[in-house]
Design a binder for this molecule. Structure first.
Ligand SMILES: [Zn+2]
Length: 67
């Protein structure tokens, strides 16, 4: 699916909704299809997208995947 603003790290606008890592809080988050950056974790897909679009600028809940 497409993000309105794109990834703040690499500007890619293709995103995926993924389940959060098991050891973290259980929920859903947006993942950048290109660099793997993840947005804040929420219970619903809609909230995860909203968090990515509006909340990622502060970078409070954003982690980058280690790989
Ligand atoms: Zn990215």
């Amino acid at each position: 699916m497409k993000s309105e603003k794109g990834c703040p790290f690499c500007r890619e606008d293709i995103i995926e909704i993924v389940k959060s890592a098991p050891q973290a809080m259980e929920g859903l988050q947006v993942e950048c299809d290109n660099c793997g950056a993840r947005g804040p974790i929420y219970e619903s897909k809609e909230e995860a997208i909203a968090g990515w679009e509006h909340g990622i600028r502060g970078l409070g809940g954003v982690r980058q995947r280690r790989s």
